[in-house]
Design a protein around this ligand. Structure first.
Ligand SMILES: CC(C)(COP(=O)(O)OP(=O)(O)OC[C@H]1O[C@@H](n2cnc3c(N)ncnc32)[C@H](O)[C@@H]1OP(=O)(O)O)[C@@H](O)C(=O)NCCC(=O)NCCS
Length: 147
């Protein structure tokens, strides 16, 4: 299913806090304003810009990435995708692919050679999406201890 309206990608800033909180709420059912405020503030110094996808001036999706080590001024070779989300009504139209492609090219520009992402194995949408984008299971092992 294609999208008829033009999609604009731009840098995500703290001014997008309301939009991000609403999108997250619509996807996961929780209002996490404090959490997103911290995340968006941190995003501005994360080594790669985070991105918003807009249709008709409204944010309908976003991606947050980071390149580790950037805080010391040294771009390292590992990048992270921290979060990606597209509102339900605009899913399956190629928006996440656009966001990912743009982040991918920015990762390349800062010297990132490997991109990591954590996905819950029950998150079918995200698993399918990252599989489609060419991701394979990595060598890192996720350890967990409940306290
Ligand atoms: C995963 C997610 C980002 C995909 O966004 P999207 O805009 O629908 O993805 P795209 O349309 O760009 O899809 C790209 C490819 O991935 C595949 N894909 C995406 N979602 C899929 C799904 N649910 N099932 C199967 N394949 C899927 C598509 O087949 C597509 O490949 P194609 O173009 O060859 O058909 C979206 O479903 C989402 O936001 N899910 C919730 C994520 C979440 O909880 N985030 C945390 C809160 S913000």
């Amino acid at each position: 299913m294609g999208l008829m309206e033009p999609v604009k990608l731009r840098i995500l800033t703290i001014k997008d806090l309301d939009a991000v909180v609403d999108i997250d709420y619509s996807l996961l059912g929780k209002k996490r304003r404090g959490y997103w405020e911290t995340r968006l503030e941190r995003a501005e110094t994360s080594g790669v810009p985070s991105l918003a996808a807009e249709v008709n001036g409204k944010v309908i999706g976003f991606i947050l990435g980071s390149a580790s080590g950037w805080e010391f001024g040294i771009p390292e070779s590992v990048g992270w995708i921290d979060t990606i989300g597209v509102v339900k009504e605009y899913q399956k139209k190629g928006i996440a692919r656009l966001l990912f492609k743009e982040l991918h090219s920015m990762f390349k520009k800062v010297g990132v050679e490997t991109v990591y992402v954590f996905v819950n194995w029950k998150d079918w949408d995200l698993l399918q999406f990252f599989d489609k984008m060419g991701f394979k299971r990595g060598d890192m092992i996720n350890f967990q201890l409940n306290i």
